[in-house]
Design a protein around this ligand. Structure first.
Ligand SMILES: N[C@@H](CCC(=O)N[C@@H](CS)C(=O)NCC(=O)O)C(=O)O
Length: 166
């Protein structure tokens, strides 16, 4: 069976970005991507309305041995891509990171209330301030590097310094 996939998407569309991320993360090769510029109403062109009568991006064309079908909402496109992909190389890390995010997801989904998350953020903010105070005092006494000469501590610290500027 020959499978040809074409994703209709638009670079500045968040919905359109979701399957692009999926394709990259799951390393799916040979998906042709076609830009549908919705800012110019290309999603209302007769040819696109044939692909997706709902005139939204993304949409996926699945061509199996010349027989074409279309998926026209983000969830079904992503589920399909997930089905055909090889399991990601670091699948354990994926699951672990999803589990670790579960408490945050619960807040967004209204399953748990926001207080615990915000209390934890406040707590982390205080820890962050202490780390910066400590680093400042070390640099005041030791010069250019945290412990007087360049060490792994400096390598770890620099990204933290850049984050507040982002
Ligand atoms: N329910 C759709 C929503 C997609 C959507 O709203 N896409 C926007 C771009 S972010 C779009 O194509 N809007 C054009 C329109 O509605 O005419 C999905 O799951 O894919």
């Amino acid at each position: 069976m020959t499978l040809k996939l074409t994703l209709y998407t638009f670079k500045v569309s968040l919905w359109g970005a979701a399957p692009r991320l999926t394709i990259n993360e799951l390393n799916i090769s040979n998906v042709k991507q076609i830009e549908i510029d919705i800012s110019n109403a290309r999603n209302f062109s007769p040819s696109y309305l044939h692909i997706n009568p709902k005139h939204t991006v993304p949409a996926l064309e699945i061509d199996e041995d010349g027989s074409k079908k279309y998926l026209n909402n983000t969830t079904s496109v992503i589920h399909y891509l997930n089905e055909i992909a090889e399991p990601p190389r670091y699948v354990d890390v994926y699951h672990k990171s999803i589990q670790e995010s579960q408490s945050v997801l619960n807040v967004y989904q209204g399953i748990s209330d926001t207080k615990t998350m915000f209390a934890r953020n406040m707590q982390l903010w205080e820890v962050g301030k202490k780390i910066l105070d400590k680093a400042e005092s070390l640099l005041n006494s030791n010069g250019d590097y945290l412990f007087g000469r360049h060490s792994v501590a400096d390598l770890h610290f620099v990204p933290y310094l850049f984050r507040p500027q982002a």
